[in-house]
Design a binder for this molecule. Structure first.
Ligand code: NDP
Length: 362
């Protein structure tokens, strides 16, 4: 019996298997409003058999977008535009999730295929990035962020809450708070980016404060019956970043405030990634450690490309869910192909009838 193709129930959401479409920015929205590109991109992957399709990093404010083409949830027009996309995903048997966040000092950038660098401050498309401190990320993102006041931190939390309410209204049933990849929340936790001397910087308790407060505020409006999850960069693989022990303690504290699952990822608070132990499924052991030490369900991605690899991660209990991004772009029917490769009975049933009927017995 394949564990990858076993169901998982988290709160009131039942997932048909353990294959999740990882949030992937499409840089294709206008004024933060998703469109037919997002419908086809996300819809195709629901058709392909994934159990949970998570929409891209979506800005809680205009300034929270990574690029001008990123989606948003700061107004009702955006929420209304997500609705048909959510309906389509659910109609084809996948749960619909969304990742909300603020890009912090990495905001105001060009699309990856148009430079992947900060838009020059003089360009009318640019805006001022925010950060915990006036410290630039560096490399291709040299702009020095504006260090946030406490009023701005309080407003940020209200923006997360408002976006969560809109996500709920649009029909999403799985929420991911983006606490990874060097974006704003992650940068507050990281001693690489956070040099504050007030109660939001310095000690572990202070660097964790914004993340804990934000999760608590969102939990208060996000229904108990739906999973509230985070993507957390558990390590920068850099001696100047937070130690893994701090990440584990943070997850324990977030769990006490209502966190249901953690998607275990990297910090990326510095352009120097030379310490990252790149290799097949290299984050899986970290997911296992968090799962065991913080006693919480985990999800994990990164260099997971093969059905057996995904199967082994779930079967060994390293993670409850496998997050696929590049592999799902390469093959939106990865779940169907994985079911065949793993010898799952009636693999065509992973697909909707419109396709399954014609693929029966193949
Ligand atoms: P993959 O296994 O496909 O990709 C791993 C990434 O690691 C690639 O971007 C690759 O960079 C980089 N990488 C691999 N080996 C090395 C190395 N030796 N040195 C430096 N960099 C290396 O992982 P996933 O598909 O699971 O994606 C990982 C994350 O990226 C997920 O969080 C996913 O959500 C996100 N993602 C976002 C996308 C988007 O926003 N549009 C698209 C795809 C993924 P390179 O490509 O330069 O080789």
């Amino acid at each position: 019996m394949s564990k990858l193709f076993s169901e998982l129930k988290l709160k009131d959401v039942s997932l048909r298997n353990r294959i999740v479409v990882s949030p992937m920015c499409q840089y294709s929205a206008e004024e933060g409003v998703p469109n037919e590109w997002h419908l086809v991109h996300l819809g195709a992957r629901a058709i392909g058999g994934a159990s949970l399709v998570i929409a891209e990093a979506t800005g809680v404010t205009p300034e929270g977008r990574i690029t001008p083409g990123c989606t948003g949830l700061w107004n009702d027009e955006q929420a209304a535009a997500w609705e048909p996309i959510v309906k389509f995903v659910k109609r084809h048997g996948a749960a619909a999730g969304i990742q909300i966040g603020h890009a912090g000092r990495k905001a105001s950038a060009n699309r990856p295929w148009e430079g992947d660098d900060h838009i020059p401050a003089s360009d009318p498309r640019a805006w001022e990035p925010l950060g915990p401190s006036a410290v630039a990320f560096g490399g291709n993102l040299p702009r020095v962020p504006h260090d946030m006041s406490k009023d701005e931190i309080a407003q940020l939390q209200r923006d997360f809450v408002a976006a969560a309410k809109r996500a709920l209204g649009a029909g999403f049933e799985w929420l991911v708070l983006h606490f990874a990849h060097g974006y704003l929340a992650q940068s507050f936790f990281s001693p690489i980016a956070n040099k504050r001397t007030d109660e939001y910087g310095g000690s572990f308790e202070n660097r964790a404060r914004l993340l804990l407060e934000t999760l608590s505020a969102v939990r208060a409006v996000w229904p108990e019956k739906y999973p509230l999850t985070i993507r957390l960069g558990v390590s920068d693989f850099n001696p100047e970043g937070q130690p893994m022990e701090e990440s584990i303690e943070l997850v324990k504290q977030l769990k006490a405030k209502g966190l249901d699952l953690i998607d275990v990822s990297l910090g990326f608070n510095s352009p120097d990634v030379s310490g990252v132990p790149w290799g097949p499924a290299f984050m899986a052991p970290f997911a296992q450690r968090i799962k065991e030490e913080a006693a919480i369900p985990t999800a994990v991605g990164w260099l997971i490309t093969q059905p057996q690899q995904a199967e082994d991660i779930v079967a060994k209990g390293q993670a409850d869910l496998v997050m696929l991004a590049h592999q799902e772009l390469d093959d939106p029917h990865f779940p169907y192909h994985a079911a065949k490769a793993l010898g799952v009975a009636q693999p065509h049933q992973v697909l909707p009838s419109q396709y399954a009927h014609w693929l029966k017995g193949r």
